[in-house]
Design a binder for this molecule. Structure first.
Ligand SMILES: *Cc1c(COP(=O)(O)O)cnc(C)c1O
Length: 452
């Protein structure tokens, strides 16, 4: 289908996400015919470097042969079977692998991030109910948090543009001060600011714990808030406070999981000196299970190939549902729960991490990108920051249209950026090469220069 044909038919029939459709009267859609590596191509061969991994999902490039082959092989065996009453090899293998990686031994599946949030919230609430604490029905999250846009997930999300319209439909939840370092006072260190936010959290939890089921957070980086990064000491303190006051901690690693922050999971970077049992840990041996009662995973889990999400939790939570009574069980389901094709894509993605030593390679690549980004400091920008394979800065500009204009200016130069407010960020596929990095940064330089 030609570009023009695709565009006009799309506008007739497709209601695009996160979009005021009328704006497309003046602001064309981008028609994409195929992908390869970090590149997206239209029907006429014009290409765009996908610096945002297509909404943060594509970890190892488009047209990844290993993931593609794994899905093809699985397709010849079994494309789908319902997971209630039935099981299959890909879902078992994936659950075992995720359990080993996180220390959380029980995996529940859905198909998108928002559903994972819903599952974690419902499971936490139901755990307390099954444990005779049915007054623990409320949730807290951070200011500027993003946990998805279904009604439950939106209730703990704190982004006005997504939330305000639907406020009458949502459950009430309280937002704790965000440890995002950009919100600190002048002269305050990231660590001091995170500790100050943790104090506010402790105060709130100490007063409300009898009605609180869980605290849900995005570990280390509040991505949708514009890559708001914070000191890991906050995770450690949040764990301590939640343990002291018997409140669950839900780690929403939908965006930051699978290597984005440099560790396999961001929670590992809390670097706790002691494990749950008070045993001294080696440096760098912190597991997700030391921090979180639940972890939500999605986005990169299949390398961007198929929709899949998972919530993993502890044996303690699992046991509270294990009973002769059906009603005490977790009676939640989605038609595609644990889809074999999606699980096979996830297994192939995890296999790439292992065989390619991706975490180690990403450390080197991250340092290379940080170094190249120094060139951007000539521009009117602030808060140049990174965390593993997430890189961001905030343009200093009076232009209220900055995000839209810079998005368009980048497309004209063959670069897909998706600025959030005045924040420009890179979350490239891990397979990005040095030449591609150089192009991404020099094109971004020109974009900011042309747009401020
Ligand atoms: C994207 C995202 C979600 C929602 O996932 P969807 O698959 O878009 O529903 C939830 N939490 C975080 C942190 C995310 O980045």
């Amino acid at each position: 289908m030609s570009n023009q044909n695709l565009l006009s038919r799309s506008l007739q029939s497709v209601w695009h996400p996160c979009t005021q459709m009328k704006q497309h009267e003046t602001f064309p859609l981008v028609p994409i015919a195929r992908g390869d590596g970090v590149w997206l191509y239209d029907a006429e061969g014009k290409r765009y470097l996908d610096a945002v991994s297509s909404w943060w999902v594509n970890l190892f490039g488009h047209n990844n042969l290993r993931i593609k082959d794994a899905i093809k092989q699985q397709m010849d065996m079994l494309e789908h079977v319902m997971l209630a009453g039935f099981t299959h090899e890909p879902v078992v293998e994936l659950s075992e692998k995720l359990s080993k990686l996180t220390g959380l031994g029980h995996a529940f599946y859905a198909s998108d991030g928002a559903s994972a949030t819903e599952i974690a919230l419902k499971m936490s609430f139901h755990y307390w109910r099954n444990s005779g604490k049915s007054n623990k029905i409320k949730f807290i999250s951070l200011q500027n948090s993003y946990h998805g846009e279904t009604l439950g997930a939106l209730s703990v999300t704190d982004v006005a543009i997504f939330k305000d319209t639907y406020a009458p439909l949502l459950m009430q939840s309280a937002q704790m001060p965000s440890p995002d370092f950009r919100l600190s006072e002048a002269g305050e260190s990231a660590e001091d600011y995170a500790l100050r936010c943790a104090e506010a959290l402790e105060f709130y939890v100490s007063e409300h714990h009898h009605e609180l089921a869980a605290f849900i957070i995005e570990p280390l980086v509040q991505c949708a808030a514009g890559m708001g990064m914070y000191h890991p000491v906050y995770l450690r303190r949040a764990r301590e406070i939640c343990t002291q006051y018997e409140v669950h901690l839900i780690a929403d690693e939908i965006a930051v999981g699978f290597g984005r922050t440099g560790a396999m999971f961001a929670c590992e970077k809390a670097d706790l000196p002691f494990d749950h049992f008070g045993k001294l840990r080696e440096h760098g041996a912190t597991k997700v299970s030391d921090i979180a009662d639940f972890i939500c995973l999605s986005k990169g889990i299949t390398g961007g190939y198929l929709p899949l999400s998972a919530v993993l939790t502890t044996d303690k939570v699992y046991q509270a549902f294990y009973d002769d009574s059906t009603a005490k069980g977790f009676l939640h389901s989605h038609s595609y729960t644990g889809n074999p094709l999606a699980c096979s894509a996830a297994l192939a993605t995890l296999a790439i991490f292992e065989s390619d030593n991706s975490l180690q390679k990403n450390l080197e690549k991250s340092a290379f990108i940080v170094n190249k980004m120094q060139a951007l400091t000539n521009l009117p920008i602030k808060h140049l920051r990174h965390q593993g394979m997430i890189f961001a800065f905030d343009a200093v500009t009076q232009n209220a249209q900055f995000s839209k204009l810079s998005y368009q200016a980048a497309l004209q130069r063959g670069l897909l950026l998706r600025p959030i407010g005045n924040t420009i960020y890179f979350m490239p596929p891990y397979t990005i090469t040095e030449d591609e990095i150089a192009f991404m940064i020099s094109a971004t330089y020109d974009v900011v220069k042309a747009t401020q």
